[in-house]
Design a protein around this ligand. Structure first.
Ligand code: PLP
Length: 369
C-alpha cells in the first residue's frame, strides 16, 4: 500500500475486542500481572508500555521507513533525549540556523557542540573532530528555510563514524524521508504537521536501526518520563490520518503565496525553497517530493517596525507562534527569539494553512499595503 493509504486508514488496524475502526482510548496507568508473577501482555506500567502509542508509532515508522519509532511529550523532549543518549565526551555538530528553542538548549548544555552553516557540507566537514558522534540537521530550517543536503551530510557523518539526525518537522514524511537518504535518526515536533490542528504538544523520534543508541533513547524516555499522554497519542493518530491532504494543500498555498508576495512592492525578499532563485532550491527539488513545504518567510521593506506593523493589520491570518496547523499563522520571529537571534529583524514567518489562498493573499496584501 502507498503511504497515503496507510495514513488515511491508520495502517488499517481494527480493535480486536470491539471491531472498532477508530482505536479505543487507553488510559490505564498499570496492567494486570499474571498469577505466576509474569507480564505476558508485555506491559507493566504506562511510563514505558503505553498501548496508546502502538498505532501512531507504527504508522509514523511506516511513513518514515524506519526500524522503530517513539513518541515523546514534545518535540523538545524528543530532541533533548536524542542528545542526552550520546556518550559522555561525544562531540556534536548542529546548525546555526535551526529551531531557536533547541539552539538555546544546546548553548546551555555542558557537552561539546559546534554550530555551523548546515547548508554548506564543507563547513560540516571542517567542524568534524575524532570524537564527533552526531551531526544534527534541520531542513527546511527555521526561520529562513535553508536546505541541508541530507545525502551529502549522511556520507560525511558516516565516514567520520558519526550519526546523522534530522529535524524533519517542516518537511514531514509526505515530502522527505531522511532515512532513505542515509539519515540514522529522524525527529519531529508532532505538535506541528503530524497532528495538524494546533491542539496538542507531542514529539517523535524514528530510527534507521534498532541498536544500542536506540535502546538508550527508549530507556531515557522511560526513565525521564518524557512520555506523551494517552489522549494526546489518540489525537495525534487522528491528525496523522489527514496528513497527506493537509500538507499538500499547505504546500500549494505556500507556493502561490511565495509567487504572489515576490511581486509585492512592500516585500524586500521572499524566502521559500520552492522559488527558483532560492539558494537551496536545486537540492530541495532533489530531496523534497511533491512540494516545498508550507513554511515561508518574507522580509518587509521598511525594517522591523514595518514588519511588526504589517503583522498587526492582518484580519484572516492569526498572529501566533507555532506552525503546521490547518489555520495560517504569521509571526514576527526576531522578537520571539530575543537579542541573540540570527533572524533578520524585518522577517515575518508565515505558516500557510489550508484556507482559500486568495483570501490569504488578499489579507497579506492589505496588511502590507
Ligand atoms: N523543531 C522545530 C522545527 C520546531 O518548529 C519546534 C517547535 O516550534 C520544535 C522542534 C520543538 O517542538 P515542541 O514545541 O513540540 O517541543
Amino acid at each position: 500500500m502507498k503511504n497515503e493509504t496507510l495514513a488515511a486508514q491508520g495502517l488499517g488496524w481494527v480493535d480486536e475486542a470491539t471491531r472498532a475502526i477508530s482505536p479505543p482510548l487507553h488510559a490505564s496507568s498499570t496492567y494486570l500481572r499474571d498469577v505466576d508473577n509474569g507480564y505476558r501482555s508485555g506491559r507493566a506500567y504506562i511510563r514505558a508500555d503505553n498501548p496508546a502509542f502502538d498505532q501512531p508509532e507504527a504508522l509514523l515508522n511506516a511513513l518514515e521507513g524506519g526500524a522503530g519509532a517513539a513518541l515523546f511529550a514534545s518535540g523538545m523532549a524528543a530532541a533533548v533525549t536524542a542528545f542526552l543518549s550520546l556518550g559522555s565526551g561525544d562531540h556534536v555538530i548542529a546548525p546555526k540556523t535551526m529551531y531557536w528553542g533547541l539552539r538555546g538548549w544546546l548553548a546551555e548544555w555542558s557537552a561539546d557542540v559546534d554550530l555551523v552553516d548546515m547548508s554548506d557540507p564543507g563547513a560540516v566537514r571542517r567542524a568534524l573532530r575524532p570524537n564527533t558522534r552526531l551531526v544534527w540537521a534541520e531542513t527546511p530550517a527555521n526561520p529562513t528555510w535553508d536546505i541541508a543536503d541530507l545525502a551529502a551530510l549522511a556520507e560525511i557523518a558516516h565516514r567520520a563514524g558519526a550519526r546523522l539526525a534530522v529535524d524533519s518537522t517542516c518537511a514531514t514524511p509526505v515530502l522527505t524521508q531522511p532515512i532513505a537518504l542515509g539519515a540514522d535518526l529522524v525527529m519531529h515536533s508532532a505538535t506541528k504537521y503530524l497532528n495538524g490542528h494546533s491542539d496538542l504538544i507531542a514529539g517523535a523520534l524514528v530510527t534507521a536501526r534498532d541498536d544500542d543508541y536506540w535502546q538508550r533513547i527508549l530507556g531515557n524516555r522511560a526513565h525521564m518520563g518524557a512520555v506523551l499522554g494517552s489522549f494526546e497519542a489518540w489525537l495525534l493518530l487522528r491528525g496523522m490520518r489527514t496528513l497527506f491532504p493537509r500538507v499538500r494543500i499547505a504546500c500549494a498555498n505556500a507556493m502561490a503565496l511565495a509567487e504572489r508576495l515576490s511581486a509585492n512592492p512592500n516585500v524586500a525578499q521572499v524566502l521559500y525553497p520552492g522559488l527558483k532563485g532560492f539558494k537551496g532550491h536545486d537540492i530541495a527539488v532533489r530531496q523534497m517530493k511533491g512540494g516545498f513545504g508550507g513554511m515561508l518567510s518574507i522580509r518587509v521593506k521598511g525594517g522591523e517596525q514595518a514588519a511588526i506593523g504589517a503583522a498587526a493589520r492582518v484580519k484572516i491570518w492569526k498572529r501566533a507562534t507555532s506552525l503546521g496547523g490547518v489555520e495560517s499563522l504569521i509571526e514576527h520571529r526576531a522578537s520571539v527569539e530575543g537579542p541573540d537571534t540570527p533572524c533578520p529583524p524585518d522577517l515575518l514567518r508565515l505558516s500557510a494553512g489550508i484556507e482559500d489562498v486568495d483570501d490569504l493573499v488578499a489579507d497579506l496584501e492589505q496588511a502590507l499595503g
